[in-house]
Design a protein around this ligand. Structure first.
Ligand code: 5GP
Ligand code: ZN
Length: 139
């Protein structure tokens, strides 16, 4: 499955060059062209699925295994103390390329990067109400 307009499908096909770090039957990983930090890698299914929600569970498991392996290798190669794994799902969340992909971003102690600004709930009741709304939609 491939989308002729998709930049990541073109990367998988070798039509656009990429700095490859992992190449498996159904999963590919390469360095992001505009990294948050050097070594920032992208892990993608070779087939075209627009978002995480379109992946079947077997492929999602293969992607997770690849993330573990790439995260470990990125940390060893860059000397990073940790990594952030991230996935933008939808335009509002910052997804620009609609071919599902995980970001693996090397992190260092005191690197000054703040990815998740957080705010507490106004009340415990509001937090519990929203948890109930989400539970109800999980069946
Ligand atoms: P998104 O915002 O969709 O989660 O992230 C897309 C990512 O793909 C961005 O971080 C961007 O730098 C990267 N990217 C876009 N086009 C290319 C490309 O042609 N080659 C590589 N290596 N990365 C790309
Ligand atoms: Zn694609």
């Amino acid at each position: 499955m491939r989308d002729p307009e998709c930049v990541f499908c073109k990367i998988v096909a070798g039509e656009i060059p990429s700095a490859s770090v992992l190449d498996r039957d159904n999963v590919y990983a390469f360095l992001d062209l505009n990294p948050v930090r050097q070594g920032h890698a992208l892990v993608i299914p070779k087939s075209h699925y627009p978002t995480l929600l379109d992946l079947d569970p077997g492929l999602a498991a293969d992607l997770l295994r690849a993330q573990q392996d790439v995260a470990r290798a990125v940390m060893l190669a860059t000397g990073a103390d940790g990594v952030n794994l991230g996935l933008n799902l939808g335009e509002a969340a910052g997804q620009v390329v609609f071919h599902a992909h995980y970001h693996i971003i090397p992190r260092f102690h005191e690197d000054g990067l703040r990815l998740w600004p957080q705010t507490p709930y106004p009340s415990q009741d509001e937090m519990n109400r929203l948890a109930g709304e989400i539970r109800a939609r999980l069946g």
